[in-house]
Design a protein around this ligand. Structure first.
Ligand SMILES: Nc1ncnc2c1ncn2[C@@H]1O[C@H](COP(=O)(O)OP(=O)(O)OP(=O)(O)O)[C@@H](O)[C@H]1O
Ligand SMILES: [Mg+2]
Length: 266
């Protein structure tokens, strides 16, 4: 594959007590590409994302952001790395007691910006990107689930990151709202040249946005390739997962028990 590598994880291992979650994951994320990461619930997708911003430290292996190795950086130096990486958390994680404006301004203030006019301009710019300028003085509780996701997305990109990590951006949204988020991910990728890493259970969304797909299974990369390669895969479990014949939850059960599950007819 051509293109510059923006982020890289090498032989990543992570366990929590006796739960061996990541067992040697190696992946490269090319600049400007959208990589979709899938896999059973609990297989370590969110854990992997957290390593990419230094929220978790590996037991073994390396994490690289551009030419900087970040897995062993002291906390104070991680701030510079985090400034370049936007993170849309699995739960939108807006601050309930702050307005939309204050929520989006938060990372700007945290990174030392003090000029109110500049802060305001940036807040309005990203709200425009997600189509929600009219909500600027509202509280998160006044917004719909889809709107909250879009505000969280605006906040994730307000520092003009090089890379954006999306953890389940469309989960819990109806198809129309999911499609708005898909469009936004594509737009940010195209317009700002952002490198995107998207964790999702939503196969429609995955095939809609992916340049490249990754399936995690049993702590390793089970399958990696273009959407076409995923559609045509001969890997039996991956194939059925991707055709929607089994769900992420079924896959988790297979993972636990070693059993197979009957195909679903509908
Ligand atoms: N901080 C932590 N301490 C202990 N165990 C953890 C921690 N974070 C994650 N785990 C465990 O690691 C495993 C992987 O969790 P993770 O959140 O990455 O799953 P996931 O693939 O994102 O699942 P889902 O699709 O449901 O979001 C789970 O068994 C989880 O309980
Ligand atoms: Mg998760």
């Amino acid at each position: 594959m051509s293109g510059q590598i923006d982020m890289r994880i090498v032989n990543l291992h992570k366990r929590f007590v006796r739960n061996e979650v990541l067992r040697g994951v190696t992946l490269e994320f090319a600049k400007g590409q959208i990589t979709v990461v899938m896999g059973a619930s609990g297989c370590g997708k969110s854990v992997m994302l957290k390593h990419l911003v230094g929220l978790l430290r590996p037991d073994k292996g390396e994490v690289w952001s551009g030419s900087t190795r970040i897995d062993n950086l002291p906390e104070r130096e991680l701030g510079i790395v985090r400034r370049q990486i936007g993170f849309l958390f699995q739960q939108s994680a807006l601050f309930d007691s702050l307005t939309v404006r204050e929520n989006i301004a938060f990372p700007l203030c945290e990174h030392g910006m003090t000029v109110q006019r500049l802060i305001n301009d940036k807040v309005m710019h990203v709200l425009e990107l997600v189509g929600l300028t009219e909500t600027v003085d509202q509280m998160p509780s006044e917004l719909s689930g889809g709107q909250r996701k879009r505000v969280a997305l605006a906040r994730a990109v307000v520092l003009e990151p090089r890379v954006v990590l999306y953890d389940e951006p469309t989960t819990g949204l109806d198809p129309i709202r999911s499609e708005i988020i898909n469009q936004l991910i594509l737009k940010l990728s195209d317009a700002l040249g952002i490198t995107s890493i998207v964790v999702t259970h939503d196969l429609v969304s995955a095939f809609r946005i992916a340049d490249r797909m990754v399936l995690l299974h049993e702590g390793r990369v089970a399958l990696e390739g273009s959407p076409e390669e995923f559609r045509e895969t001969n890997d039996p479990v991956a194939g059925r997962f991707l055709r929607g014949e089994i769900t992420a939850e079924d896959l988790a059960r297979i993972h636990k028990s070693g059993d197979d599950v009957p195909a679903r007819h509908n």
